[in-house]
Write a protein that binds this ligand. Structure first.
Ligand code: 5GP
Ligand code: MN
Length: 335
């Protein structure tokens, strides 16, 4: 990314939209709001627009109450995009990931700036800061601010936003993408006012009884296929309804399978009757690429060890398809 040109672009007050992927997660909301606070402090007129709603455990992050949701705050979101001179797209790299906003973004006149750490970035942005080795888009926002020589402008609010995304995207600092640099950034964020204990509590200690009971269902539904070092979970719409499923309730369930000794590949299949799809989350350990697996078979993508996708088949047919594909990966999974 040409940082000199970006500096130039940001040297006068701009109308800016910051947006992120559908079903935003901690990294998506954290990075968007960190950048929002930073740009507003520089004197820009910025607004965060998400394609849709995000889980309650993110509804305390500073500035979160100002986020426009494209599907429910439609008019204001459209107006913001129409007048935007710059559009930052964070934590995704293909406009199809923005759900119903895709068409609107495709037609927007603004200059696009992408900051993202997923694989195979598309070329829609004039400025692309893409690094698949990064722990999170939040860490990249930190480095973006650093590149602009503005780390002294990082407030406790901004530090908090950035900390959230690094924490959630690294599985609390355990995934391979967590480098010594990541820890240096985190240490600096704590020095700048991020309350790490409070942030952990706000995000992770928010269970409801029904959510824990839903986790019980997930545990009960867990199946292991030892010959493929694979484990998977299904969640039917009926089960979700029975335990009053709310967005975010199944977050992290896919990792249960991966915590079994010897398992290298884990999947969860979540029925969504309203969208008429099965939403799939995939995780792996080591060399097995769930990004490739999802791209090749389930219209998705993501990272090497964490990806998502979808299926238009029924829940049982999706599982059958999944199991029928595994033999062609047997060698890889047994390495
Ligand atoms: P999750 O399983 O938590 O929804 O997503 C895991 C990772 O894969 C995230 O980084 C997410 O952005 C990405 N991802 C999830 N679903 C999709 C999808 O349908 N398409 C693509 N390209 N990436 C996805
Ligand atoms: Mn991310």
């Amino acid at each position: 990314m040409n940082i000199k040109e970006i500096k130039e672009l940001l040297s006068a007050p701009r109308q800016i939209v910051i947006t992120t992927h559908k079903n935003p997660d901690g990294d998506a909301i954290g990075s968007s709001l960190a950048l929002y606070h930073y740009l507003v402090a520089l004197g820009h007129d910025a607004v965060v627009v998400t394609p849709n709603e995000y889980p309650d455990f993110l509804k305390w992050i500073p500035g979160e109450d100002l986020v426009l949701k494209y599907n429910t705050d439609h008019k204001n979101a459209i107006a913001a995009i129409d007048k935007a001179e710059l559009i930052f797209t964070l934590d995704f790299n293909h406009l199809s990931r923005s759900g119903d906003m895709e068409d609107k973004l495709n037609k927007a006149n603004a200059t696009f700036i992408m900051i993202d750490h997923h694989q195979q970035p598309d070329d829609y942005a004039k400025y692309t800061y893409s690094d698949v080795g990064m722990s999170s888009t939040c860490q990249m926002v930190y480095h973006f601010i650093e590149q602009l020589n503005h780390l002294q402008k990082v407030t406790p609010q901004i530090a908090t936003c950035i900390y959230v995304g690094i924490m959630t995207d690294t599985g609390s600092f355990r995934f391979r993408s967590t480098t010594s640099k990541t820890h240096q950034v985190l240490a600096h964020l704590i020095d700048l006012g991020a309350d790490n204990t409070k942030i952990h509590e706000n995000v992770y200690d928010t269970n409801t009884l029904s959510r824990l009971q839903l986790k019980g269902v997930a545990l009960n539904n867990l199946k292991v296929l030892p010959e493929y070092h694979t484990a998977y979970i299904t969640m039917s719409q009926k089960e979700l309804d029975h335990y009053k499923f709310k967005k975010g309730d199944t977050e992290g369930f896919v990792n249960i399978g991966l915590s079994i000794q010897g398992i290298k590949f884990a999947a969860i299949f979540i029925e969504n009757k309203k969208e008429k799809i099965i939403k799939i989350s995939l995780r792996s350990k080591g060399d097995f690429s769930v990004n490739e697996f999802s791209r090749n078979h389930f219209e998705g993508g993501g990272h090497h060890n964490a990806a998502g996708g979808r299926s238009n088949l029924s829940l049982p047919d999706t599982v059958d398809k999944f199991i029928s594909i595994l033999p062609s990966y047997k060698k890889l999974l047994n390495q």
